[in-house]
Ligand binder design. Structure first.
Ligand code: NPG
Length: 368
């Protein structure tokens, strides 16, 4: 696989609704798209870093800098057997998983196109319908939340994730549970609590939640193990897991019973697959997280979620849950609570290049 040219674009897109989590709110995304050209085909990827460093230390701008100054120069002009080898060309670059993942996933899409197979197949999955869920940001009132939950259940989402923070947690979720006794519900705290809150969080145990995601610090694994001992509700780790080594430590310490795998957070499909394989071997369920992606990143997430260990619905909702108009065609439309990639080589959906070019606020091309 010869890498002849790498292109970066920032495409501003406005979410249909403001999305609030425990660390802050966002409405305007700056989607960082990667196009990797080689042997007459183009592979597409998305860097999922946010606009500010509130979820991860990476941002759109740090990713642009690291790709432009370090990653792209190490890769352009190279001839690689596979995307993992392409990443190795910049193996000395520490961290910056989201920047690396954007390139690596574009290279997987390129490889699939060159082989004439679908992206799910080339990474070890299959083109199957993937069950999906929806993530609801913190709402101004419980009534507004109940309305949202009802709407999404009617649309057919297979599970509902609700963002929580101190003061908007146990009582709020109790109201949701009593209105929707049968719904598959989970909570996501995005690191808003400490171990001192363990007694309070145990109040969730009567609500039959599928899990509580990342209750404690984004750097922590040890305290999560202590918290999991005190909770019946399964703990799921997200922010704390950056690599298969982190996942191994978390499972060895029983710090969680479920892992959220976001390919961007862990540095791409190769790393995501290693975590998936580890969890599958130990009977630990995984699901694919979301980062408010455009259709490009969504396609990669659907592909990843087709691996056999992804037994729980992911944060991979249909295009219209996020955007008035997506930047891929066809857009993602849910059928019976599932998404599937269209038939065809690579990620199946086509980036709408004219719209992308018209919207792009920055564009840079790297060649040899
Ligand atoms: O549907 O893509 C989606 C959003 C899923 O809740 C979601 N993402 O903490 O997992 C998260 C959260 C998030 C989104 C965090 C954007 C940071 C930025």
């Amino acid at each position: 696989m010869k890498i002849e040219r790498i292109e970066l674009r920032i495409v501003p897109l406005r979410l249909r609704e403001r999305f609030e989590i425990s660390s802050g709110a966002r409405r305007d995304r700056r989607i960082l798209l990667v196009a990797v050209h080689g042997e007459g085909e183009i592979g597409w990827g998305e860097v999922v870093a946010a606009e500010d460093p509130s979820y991860s230390p990476e941002t759109t701008e740090t990713a642009w800098h690291v790709i432009r100054d370090f990653l792209a120069p190490a890769m352009v002009g190279g001839d690689f057997e596979n995307p993992a080898q392409m990443l190795d060309a910049a193996g000395w670059v520490r961290g910056h998983h989201m920047a690396k993942a954007g390139l690596e996933m574009a290279a997987w899409d390129l490889l699939a196109r060159l082989k004439g197979v679908s992206l799910p197949e080339v990474i070890g999955g299959s083109r199957r319908p993937v069950p999906v869920g929806v993530s609801i940001g913190i709402q101004p009132t419980d009534e507004a939340l109940l309305e949202k939950v009802e709407g999404y259940l009617e649309e057919g989402y297979r599970r509902i994730k609700i963002k929580i923070k101190p003061g908007r947690d146990v009582a709020m979720l109790r109201a949701v549970r009593s209105r929707f006794p049968e719904a598959s519900l989970m909570a996501d705290a995005n690191s808003a609590y400490t171990l001192a809150d363990a007694g309070h969080l145990a109040g969730l145990d009567e609500l039959d939640l599928m899990m509580i995601e990342q209750p404690l610090s984004h750097e922590d694994i040890r305290d999560h193990a202590e918290l999991q001992r005190r909770l019946e509700t399964p703990v799921c780790l997200d922010e704390s897991i950056h690599s298969v080594e982190d996942a191994r430590l978390a499972l060895d310490l029983a710090a969680c019973r479920i892992i959220n795998i976001k390919p961007g957070r862990v540095g791409g499909f190769s790393s995501a697959r290693a975590i998936h394989d580890l969890c599958l071997g130990q009977g630990v369920p995984v699901w694919c997280g979301g980062m408010l992606e455009s259709g490009v990143g969504r396609a990669h997430n659907v592909a990843l979620a087709s691996l056999p260990g992804f037994t729980l619905p992911g944060d991979i909702s249909e295009s219209r849950r996020y955007w008035d108009e997506d930047i891929v065609e066809p857009e993602f439309v849910m059928t019976d609570g599932t998404l599937v990639l269209p038939d065809g080589p690579g990620m199946g959906v086509r980036p709408r290049i004219e719209r992308i070019e018209a919207l792009a606020e920055r564009h840079e091309v790297f060649t040899t």
